[in-house]
Ligand binder design. Structure first.
Ligand code: SAM
Length: 300
């Protein structure tokens, strides 16, 4: 399975990609950013990129190295506001939200557009009143999709500013009552397991490296299996779902499927559905750019 955002998304477009960069439009703002996976040539000449873009992110010293993966600086070619908004109007009725964007020193802007396929899955599989937990939740698009479907949502991230950003996104989307948690994801999941708390939907997008608010170390290779074993204890045994997303290079969809299968001890094939694949973007020239792997588990 390979999924792409709908080409009807008016506020987002991958214009071109190649030579280790991607050229994207978020609302009216066009930007160039590093994209190590774009190992082919650009479709448009570089001069055209330079003419179109408002801003370009240039990697700094240490870019790509552990702990400094995405550091660098933005140069501005044309004027635009420091903060601006984009809307997501999903393929399904009622899946609508707004996200505030801004340039951060880590090349990110506040949304991962290829995640739109997950937002659609979450919205389609969430019923009003379901309890949904979003771990490593960043600026909250997945939390908004679950809330728009009527879920009782807990949104967790280790960075206070990012959680405040997500809370602003909830307000600008006309949504309310998301529970905000600033904590280490592993710590929180272990505590929920100890307390016997259950969720009907769990979403997680763990990075390769990270930190909890008290310096707790997160390393995907070391902790993913334990995290999933803990998630298995707090996911309701029936009528529930889990969405695992991984951006980490070197992890395949099949690896994701196997780690989930083993962590949950999934054996009786009639009791669950387990699907894995890639989330990707397609540029305006038709080139497909795979960006993350996704594993979706539904317990019947
Ligand atoms: C890849 S981003 C998630 C992107 C998000 N799923 C989306 O599509 O918008 C990873 C997030 O994990 C958070 N994080 C890193 N280490 C963490 C930890 N130990 N506990 C909780 N959150 C952590 C970061 O602050 C960051 O917001």
């Amino acid at each position: 399975m390979t999924e792409f955002p709908s080409s009807k998304w008016a506020d987002y477009e991958l214009i071109d990609c190649g030579c280790g960069e991607k050229l994207e439009r978020y609302g009216n703002v066009v930007m160039a950013r590093p994209e190590p996976k774009a190992i082919w040539d650009r479709s448009l000449p570089l001069e055209k990129w330079d003419r179109m873009m408002h801003t370009r992110f240039s990697p700094g010293a240490g870019f790509g190295k552990a702990g400094k993966e995405d550091c660098g600086t933005w140069s501005r070619n044309k004027a635009f506001k420091d903060q601006w908004y984009i809307s997501y109007h999903g393929l399904q009725k009622g899946l609508d939200f707004k996200l505030r964007l801004g340039l951060t020193s880590f090349k990110h802007v506040g949304v991962f557009p290829e995640q739109a396929a997950n937002w659609e899955y979450i919205y389609a599989n969430t019923r009003p009143g379901m309890k949904v937990l979003n771990l490593f939740a960043y600026t909250g698009a997945a939390s908004l999709a679950a809330r728009a479907a009527g879920a009782d949502v807990t949104h967790l991230d280790s960075v206070r500013q990012v959680v405040n950003w997500a809370s602003g996104n909830m307000e600008s989307s006309g949504l309310d009552n998301i529970r905000w948690v600033v904590e280490d994801a592993m710590k929180f999941a272990r505590r929920e397991a100890k307390r016997g708390h259950l969720y009907n939907g769990i979403i997680l997008d763990p990075p390769a490296y990270g930190h909890g608010p008290d310096g707790e170390r997160w390393k995907l290779d070391d902790y993913l299996f334990e995290m999933l074993r803990t998630v298995a204890q707090i996911l309701a045994p029936h009528g529930s779902y889990m969405v695992l997303n991984l951006y980490s290079n070197g992890y395949s969809a099949l690896l994701g499927e196997t780690v989930v299968r083993e962590a949950f001890g999934l054996r009786d094939e009639s009791a669950f559905s387990l699907k894995s694949g890639e989330l990707a973007l397609r540029d305006s020239f038709g080139k497909a750019l795979p960006l993350s792997i996704v594993v979706r588990l539904a317990l019947k």
